[in-house]
Write a protein that binds this ligand. Structure first.
Ligand SMILES: [Zn+2]
Ligand SMILES: [Zn+2]
Length: 367
């Protein structure tokens, strides 16, 4: 924004000829323009003001106002102050005086453009010795919504909906508990919406309960968690009261995270498969045919996990032509149950009585 510093000066006290110092000063002339009169560091007041600007005017002044109670945030904390009284304080906090001025005072006019934007006309009066230099500038005051600490605490007890995250027929792993918490915190943070918050988190029945400020927030988080971590969503509204003739519902949104994890070896109906992806869909790769199929999480609830290891192994061939996988440590052999070509060495899934070619890397514990 363009600004035009109007520089004026007002000697605070009249120079008195009877004062020796003043007499000395009166006899000086400005080294810049040659004007006779009192000088300050060799300059007349006009040239001094041109050389030394009182402040570096900012284009914007940002303020945060509590959406709930209207308090404004200052360096020292939140305070319920009229905007008109708050502006000089905001100016003092955010627009530093430049040397050699010992003090600066602000006066201002504010024109409201909309409830969150004001055009300020500011007069900064800098004081140096007995000199007053006036600098005018314009700046836009922008008010952003926030929540003060007091209102935050009151809201800490408030919730409208509950988001429950559970494992499908199992407890969440410590890693899942950690990741889901981080995920929710990041989402709420990023939304930067003071009406969306989590007032409390509880660990319940091997899962997590988030008490959320709005039902919409709970529903959105449930959908996003199921898409990211793999799982199914359901919700149940419960009437809990009325406000202004309107019925109020608490919605409990429930995410059930898939029972399966990448790398699990499962038996589903007649097939044996490894899990290659979880997310909105679970992908099972048939270990015999090598074909992959996508399932909705609820459609693999019947899958039974098998004990299996995954490691790199040599592929051998019996005189009968049957292929085998050879255990790298024990030298034990298992018939290879997979169809199709096999290289001399391959990552295999090793079950109790068979081995299969795997599309996944070896288990990290096996190096
Ligand atoms: Zn001058
Ligand atoms: Zn407040």
């Amino acid at each position: 924004m363009a600004f035009h510093p109007a520089i004026a000066f007002r000697p605070r006290t009249r120079q008195r000829l009877s004062s020796a110092a003043a007499f000395e000063s009166d006899r000086m002339f400005c080294v810049e323009c040659g004007a006779d009169g009192p000088t300050y560091e060799g300059l007349c007041a006009r040239c001094f003001g041109k050389k030394h600007r009182v402040v570096e005017p900012p284009a914007f002044l940002d303020a945060v106002r509590c959406q709930s109670c209207g308090a404004l945030r200052f360096k020292g904390g939140w305070s319920k102050t009229d905007l008109d009284l708050a502006i000089p304080q905001l100016l003092r906090e955010t627009v530093p005086r430049r040397p050699p001025y010992e003090r600066v005072n602000f006066t201002h006019g504010a024109r409201e453009e909309d409830p969150n934007n004001f055009l300020l006309t500011v007069k900064a009066v800098g004081r140096h010795a007995d000199l007053e230099i006036v600098q005018d500038f314009h700046a836009r005051l922008r008010i952003r919504p926030g929540i003060c600490e007091t209102c935050q605490k009151q809201r800490g007890r408030y919730y409208e909906g509950i988001l429950q995250v559970r494992g499908d027929g199992r407890g969440l792993t410590p890693k899942e508990l950690r990741e889901v918490r981080t995920f929710v915190a990041a989402r709420v943070d990023r939304a930067d919406d003071p009406t969306s918050f989590v007032s409390r988190i509880e660990e319940e029945h091997g899962g997590l309960d988030f008490y959320v400020s709005t039902n919409a927030l709970g529903r959105n988080l449930a959908r996003e968690i199921s898409e990211t971590f793999g799982g199914s969503v359901s919700s149940s509204p419960k009437l809990f009261g009325q406000r202004g003739g309107k019925e109020l519902y608490r919605v409990t949104s429930l995410v059930r995270l898939s029972a399966l994890a990448i790398g699990d070896v499962v038996r589903l109906k007649d097939s044996i498969a490894e899990v290659t992806a979880v997310g909105p869909f679970v992908v099972l790769r048939d270990l015999v045919s090598g074909e992959e199929r996508r399932f909705k999480p609820r459609d693999v609830r019947g899958a039974r996990r098998l004990d299996a290891e995954r490691f790199e192994s040599r592929i051998g061939r019996l005189p009968s032509g049957e292929r085998t996988a050879v255990h790298p440590e024990s030298g034990e052999e298992r018939p290879l149950g997979s169809k199709g070509p096999a290289p001399d060495r391959a990552v295999v899934v090793w079950t109790r009585d068979e081995a299969f070619l795997s599309a996944l890397p070896p288990d990290p514990s096996k190096g």
